[in-house]
Design a protein around this ligand. Structure first.
Ligand code: UGA
Length: 422
């Protein structure tokens, strides 16, 4: 199939590369000329495991351009994969989706053959049907379902494992407005053996939000159970094992610690809360998972203060700044809350991360950045905030170690070792 993909962030580019690997002809569109040039030289503008290798290996099937005209004219289906960031009040910001839709519509207007537009960006329920579709109709002066098709096909890719997740999905969700788009999507995904859910545009959008909110709920839930376990002297990971064996619950996403971060969970959870508010529906559970998540890093500081009651003038080391290991992404990282609050307590803060230091420097100029993990260890106590592998192998040299990510190996060489929920 001939596919065009608007936006070459990690969702757009991973989809583009993987569709190329499946044998489709893919055109990527991005406004950023530098990114376009890199893709055309088979260089990935972002790091994602295995991505660059695929772009290079299947370069015959993939190229990039800044021209919407070329992309729409030379493809049968277009995926909108642009970002949907949060506004300050948590509302979803649809400006990139709008911009992409308007550009697509200009060239869709004159296209003779049937063409489907599929939203892959995460958008609140109703956006494709009530916003994207009318905008396309208005600009093209054509009728959706008759002259062009509309679909909504959410992604479930984890950063750092996005290529693997694309190629090994648990399910594929194809939201469609018209039968032609339904058919195109089913052909496109015909190589996959996982269940395919064919549904309305709005249900597809809700499935994405409900998935991320449920995963975030699991984490906040186990963190709350973990806080109770800690008080009772119970190992919360044994409890996670015990409940996770129930198929109805499942063990995944029950690792307690200092909570969830990243570019998706916080953004999507807050967008759903803002959306629910707008339509005047209560969202009590989802609101409370955010509260638990904001409090969880502070519990690590309470545990630390059991050993050092006043942090004023003390040096505290923080190992790990990225929101999870194997990425330099610090968006919504729990380390941001940790460092902010350590500084508020009057501590001097020393930090190390294998990849995320440069990003963190943009947020904090009044802390000490170390070139390696060992240099953090001359602090009065050390906090583990991200589960990087190298922190497992570190000799903690008899220090006080407070662990937010369950690296039990640290116990062996620490003087005092305590976990946030264990
Ligand atoms: C998440 C979802 O897992 C993807 O399915 C989804 O497609 C993606 O958001 C998105 O909407 O684009 P991602 O943000 O890459 O993917 O990160 P995860 O691997 O899910 O981890 C999120 C956070 O939860 C991390 O801070 C991680 O440390 C934390 N976590 C995860 C826990 O604290 N405990 C767990 O048991 C699992």
């Amino acid at each position: 199939m001939k596919i065009s993909i608007i936006g070459t962030g990690y969702v757009g580019l991973v989809n583009a590369a993987c569709f190329a690997k499946l044998g489709h002809q893919v055109i990527c569109v991005d406004v950023d000329k530098e990114k376009v040039d890199k893709i055309n030289q088979s260089i990935s503008p972002i790091y994602e495991k295995d991505l660059e290798e695929i772009i290079l290996k299947y370069k015959k099937n993939i190229y990039a351009t800044t021209s919407y005209k070329e992309a729409i004219e030379k493809s049968d289906i277009t995926f909108i994969c642009v970002g949907t960031p949060s506004k300050k009040n948590g509302d979803i910001d649809l400006s990139f989706v709008d911009q992409a839709t308007k550009e697509i519509a200009i060239y869709l207007k004159n296209k003779k053959s049937f063409h489907s537009i599929v939203v892959k960006s995460t958008v609140v329920p109703g956006t494709t049907q009530n916003h994207v579709l009318p905008l396309l109709e208005e600009i093209t002066q054509k009728k959706a379902g008759v002259d062009f098709g509309v679909g909504m096909n959410p992604e479930f890719l984890r950063e750092g494992a996005a290529v693997y997740d694309f190629l090994h999905p648990d399910r594929i969700v194809n939201g469609y407005y018209d039968d032609h788009t339904k058919k195109l999507l089913s052909i496109l995904y015909s190589d996959f053996s996982c269940p395919i859910v064919e549904t309305s545009l709005t249900a597809a959008e809700m499935i994405k939000y409900a998935s991320n909110c449920f995963l975030a709920t699991k984490i906040s839930f186990i963190n709350e159970i973990g806080n109770l376990c800690k008080r009772l002297g119970i190992d919360t990971y044994e409890v996670a094992e015990g409940i996770g064996l129930d198929d109805r619950i499942g063990r995944a996403f029950l690792d307690s610690g200092i909570g969830w971060g990243g570019s998706c969970f916080g953004k999507d959870v807050n967008a759903l809360i803002a959306f629910a508010k707008e339509i005047k529906e209560p969202c009590n559970i989802i609101q409370s998972i955010v509260q638990v998540n904001e409090q969880q890093p502070l519990r690590l500081i309470s545990v630390l203060k059991k050993h050092i009651p006043s942090l004023k003038g003390k040096t505290i080391g923080v190992l790990g700044l990225s929101f999870k290991p194997n990425t330099d992404d610090i968006r919504d990282s729990r380390s941001i809350i940790l460092v902010k609050n350590l500084l508020k307590e009057g501590a001097q803060v020393k930090v190390y991360d294998p990849k995320a230091i440069n990003n963190f420097k943009k947020l904090f100029s009044d802390i000490i950045y170390c070139d390696n993990a060992k240099d953090v260890l001359d602090a009065d106590a050390v906090i583990i905030a991200t589960a990087w592998d190298e922190f497992k192998k570190l000799d903690y040299k008899g220090k006080i170690v407070i662990d937010g990510r369950r690296l039990l190996e640290a116990k062996k060489t620490a003087k005092i070792y305590e976990g946030v929920c264990w």
